[in-house]
Design a protein. Structure first.
Length: 146
């Protein structure tokens, strides 16, 4: 196989692995969000209050973030430890970007940095970190399986 074909194959592997990891992390985090009653708020991004719609929106976002994880961090991951570590970093980054910046701005609430240390936001941090670790571990599994 040529170097170009190997590069394309590896990049496709990172995209697929990232999306699978993102979906796996999304399921775990989505269940947590459902137990905390947060899915209707996620549905608000598309003008709904349905928990089911919120879960679907959450899973779409999870897959997209997973793909970005594969693109940005995929080359750094050679095993499960690195997958978990870079997943944790990715989850923490998306905690800042998601509930503190993008989501509140989209919902007309402005930046939420002042709320970062409140109990709901700290629970969100835990959820994002768990999402990231699961996504990173599943990504590492996918890449290692060949």
């Amino acid at each position: 196989m040529s170097t170009l074909a190997q590069t394309r194959s590896f990049n496709a592997q990172r995209l697929v692995g990232g999306s699978i990891g993102g979906l796996a992390g999304g399921v775990v985090f989505g269940v947590m969000m459902g137990m905390m009653g947060m899915l209707p708020m996620i549905a608000g991004l598309v003008g709904s209050t349905s928990a089911v719609v919120g879960f679907v929106v959450h899973m779409i976002i999870s897959a997209i973030i997973g793909v970005s994880f594969g693109v940005v961090f995929g080359a750094q991951i050679g095993g499960y430890g690195q997958g978990a570590l870079w997943g944790l970093v990715n989850g923490a980054i998306w905690w800042v970007l998601g509930p503190l910046v993008i989501m509140p701005v989209m919902m007309g609430m402005g930046l939420q940095f002042g709320a970062a240390l409140t109990p709901p936001m700290l629970m969100s941090l835990v959820g994002h970190v768990i999402y990231g670790v699961v996504a990173g571990l599943v990504f590492a599994w996918y890449i290692q399986r060949g």
